[in-house]
Design a protein around this ligand. Structure first.
Ligand SMILES: *Cc1c(COP(=O)(O)O)cnc(C)c1O
Length: 349
């Protein structure tokens, strides 16, 4: 059970009660939050503080995701949820988290900001999960295991049975970052929240929904754990603009599905085009909206593309990713421009 893992100071503290949390009647006179009652300069209609708990959006999301609204936390990107989880559950200078490199860099950065030690149980060279290594590496102070599935930058989904085994045997929180799950045609761990109280699932509006600029991340977990995150977050952590953008997106689910289909189609085409280039050694199978591929001279190709005004990510320095670049699946035109440029690349090794 996760309750014993909450830091004592967090458990004991009383949260800040914002004006909008105290009263949320619809037709009252709101003279309690020192807002500008005359309106907004520029007429944007943003003179009122937003709902601290984003209840309308959560209701919509609960319907779409088939999860109780009480199991949803919304934050300023998934990054906020990652940070709050560390602050709630990891005692600085003592507790540790466990990650499985190569993986998303924010977990370790966030841990270091919070003075939380980071242990690594690397994926196998074929990017599969090494569950034994995870359990061996976990110690008595390991509060959190963070898995990313589909994983960034390796683009694969972690084995379902192995992950389940870890959730069952690991004596701490298991956070599964599903930022790319929309592209994966895989079972989301959302469906299993009721089975495991130590499970936290992260998703985001930044990728498939095309709302990276709105900064809106989701965490799903046991309702009591969500209460802990709400207790320590900034009172108005999600702006009215972001909520509004997400609600609008949920009004257009057919468009979401259509874009998703197009990206998957482009992913297939881009995979084939990359594979046809002589200096591309391997394009790793992708369950995401990006491709990781190994080439003969990653640093050279990276610089070559940069000179042509095409930016990709050099992941060569990451474990098991020697000479690997990561490229986002773009529009048909963007992918075509990328391939046309790459055709002009001559390797010097
Ligand atoms: C892109 C990405 C996210 C999304 O982060 P936001 O803060 O929600 O934009 C989360 N996790 C991983 C692994 C990602 O690649």
């Amino acid at each position: 059970m996760w309750r014993k893992l909450v830091r004592p100071n967090i458990r004991a503290m009383q949260p800040y009660v914002s004006a909008r949390l105290e009263h949320d009647a619809q037709d009252a006179l709101f003279l309690d939050a020192n807002e500008n009652s005359l309106g907004s300069v520029g007429g944007s209609g943003l003179n009122r503080y937003p709902d601290p708990l984003q209840r309308n959006l959560k209701k919509r999301l609960a319907d779409f995701k088939k999860v109780d609204a009480g199991r949803i936390f919304l934050g300023n990107g998934s990054d906020e949820a990652i940070d709050l989880l560390m602050r709630a559950f990891c005692e600085p200078g003592r507790d540790r988290i466990l990650i499985t490199p190569p993986t998303y860099g924010m977990y370790a950065v966030c841990a270091r900001v919070n003075d939380v030690a980071v242990d690594a149980a690397p994926l196998n060279p074929d990017f599969s999960l090494n569950a034994e290594r995870v359990l061996e590496t976990a110690g008595p102070d390991t509060r959190m295991l963070i898995l990313c599935s589909p994983n960034n930058p390796t683009a694969n989904v972690l084995d379902y049975q192995l992950v389940e085994k870890l959730i069952r045997s690991f004596d701490g929180l298991v956070v599964i970052d599903e930022a790319y799950v929309d592209f994966a045609a895989a079972n989301s761990w959302l469906a299993r929240l009721g089975d495991f109280s130590n499970l936290v699932v992260l998703q985001t509006f930044s990728k498939a929904w095309g709302l990276a600029g709105a900064r809106l991340g989701m965490a799903f977990a046991d309702p009591g754990l969500i209460d802990v995150l709400n207790k320590i977050k900034y009172p108005y952590n999600v702006s009215a603009l972001s909520c509004c953008a997400a609600e609008k997106a949920l009004d257009h689910i057919p468009q979401y599905r259509k874009m998703l289909g197009q990206i998957l189609q482009n992913r297939t085409a881009l995979t084939a085009d990359l594979q046809s280039l002589p200096f591309v050694r391997e394009v790793f199978p992708s369950r995401t909206n990006f491709l990781l591929f190994r080439v003969q001279d990653a640093a050279g190709l990276y610089r070559f593309l940069q000179r042509k005004g095409i930016y990709v990510r050099d992941r060569s320095s990451q474990l098991h990713c020697a000479d690997c670049l990561r490229v986002t699946v773009g529009s048909t035109d963007e992918n075509e421009a990328l391939i046309q440029s790459m055709k002009k690349f001559k390797t010097h090794v």
